[in-house]
Design a protein around this ligand. Structure first.
Ligand SMILES: Cc1cc2nc3c(=O)[nH]c(=O)nc-3n(C[C@H](O)[C@H](O)[C@H](O)COP(=O)(O)O)c2cc1C
Length: 360
């Protein structure tokens, strides 16, 4: 019996040769001064082009949304040109590739920002329990500055401009990063959004920024080219959602009528997001589990077989298994990745994990 992950998928706006997506993964190898992707980024994604869908690493829409060293952008013409090389090569290899639009909000540091700027966030709530990576290593977080209404509007416009640049760069679409405790989830969560204006204060207020970004990006490039990634109940990066069910039901109900390309749900915590949100979402749903690598293939197969998602995304397994779909098809062993080589550096740990055929 072939794995349900290997069945082709035909959705309203996506036709894929299999149900295996490469999850977005930051690799920190862009030129830090220019934000242009590394020359090897093209090879890295081409090697993984048998994924039904590739979602790139997070890419900033605005330099103030940049996480840290080596994060790429999609703002300048040079960045667009760099990404164009990537998309052309992936398309020539038969792949489909979406760019992930990523503003980190408070998850950065003045050392990572131009002029030592203070990170922006819905409210001045500092990360206490973790440090943040900079050019000089890990340092304590600073207290972010509450973003003004004018800056919120500029940030929404920056997301839309980034989506336009993604299309100019040849991407098949974009994924808005609303997960893992970055800017959009900082607006959604009660502990990071203490605002009393129209972007906070109530459920409608907390979901407004996410909705504004989704609507602006969809208006710019067409909803059928836009995905949204969420991680309900995910405590990563000091997020504490008091009512994930209420928040994400309201968000999903509001965006479902827009007709987006997909919703990408990271399943974490006790809420059971996939089962709860699946009946409320009429479009393509991509699932992702943040669990043990050894159990990921089985988890993905069960989710697809149960109809909880149409496509399943794999992150870490794709770092060290560029030909992951064919390994799933043949039952070939899965290679482990080297954690020290994940972020930054050059070819090692990036484009030197062999595909099976070339290992013989
Ligand atoms: C090295 C690394 C970098 C990641 N970077 C991103 C990112 O830029 N954007 C994002 O949405 N998720 C990011 N994630 C989360 C993954 O997309 C995925 O949700 C997570 O790794 C769980 O899936 P997995 O168990 O298959 O790896 C990253 C994960 C890893 C391991």
């Amino acid at each position: 019996m072939t794995s349900p992950l290997l069945h082709p998928y035909e959705g309203p706006h996506l036709t894929l040769p299999n149900r295996i997506a490469m999850a977005p993964m930051t690799r920190g190898r862009a030129d830090d001064l220019t934000g242009v992707p590394h020359p090897l980024t093209k090879d890295y994604y081409v090697q993984r082009a048998t994924a039904g869908l590739i979602v790139t690493e997070g890419i900033y829409p605005d330099i103030h949304g940049k996480a840290g060293p080596g994060i790429p952008g999609l703002v300048t013409d040079a960045q667009v040109a760099g990404w164009r090389e990537v998309t052309e090569a992936v398309h020539a290899a038969g792949g489909t590739i979406f760019a992930q639009l990523w503003h980190v909000g408070r998850m950065t540091h003045p050392l990572n920002l131009p002029g030592g700027a203070t990170p922006l966030a819905p409210s001045p709530v500092r990360i206490e329990s973790e440090q943040i990576f900079t050019d000089v290593g890990d340092v304590d977080h600073v207290t972010p500055r509450a973003i003004t209404i004018a800056e919120i509007e500029a940030t929404v416009a920056a997301f839309a401009a980034e989506a336009r640049n993604a299309v100019r760069a040849g991407f098949d679409g974009v994924e808005i990063h609303g997960a893992n405790g970055y800017l959009i989830q900082q607006f959604l969560a009660e502990n990071t959004n203490l605002r009393t204006d129209r972007f906070g204060g109530s459920l409608d207020g907390r979901i407004r920024f996410a909705l504004d970004v989704v609507e602006a990006v969809a208006a710019e490039i067409g909803p059928e080219r836009v995905g949204l990634r969420i991680s309900p109940d995910n405590p990563e990066n000091e997020i504490a959602e008091r009512d994930p069910r209420g928040t994400y039901r309201a968000l999903v109900d509001a965006i479902d009528p827009l007709g987006l390309a997909y919703l990408h749900v990271i399943e974490r915590g006790a809420y059971g997001a996939l089962a709860d949100l699946r009946p409320r979402w009429s479009g393509t749903l991509i699932g992702n589990f943040n669990g043990e690598e050894a159990t990921q293939q089985r988890a993905g197969e069960e989710v697809i077989a149960a109809g909880l998602a149409d496509v399943f995304s794999f992150g870490r397994l794709f770092i060290s298994n560029p030909d992951l779909p064919s390994r799933f098809a043949t039952g070939a062993p899965l290679a482990p990745y080297v954690p020290e080589l994940v972020y930054g550096g050059e070819a090692e740990g990036y484009v030197d994990y062999p595909a099976l055929a070339s290992q013989r």
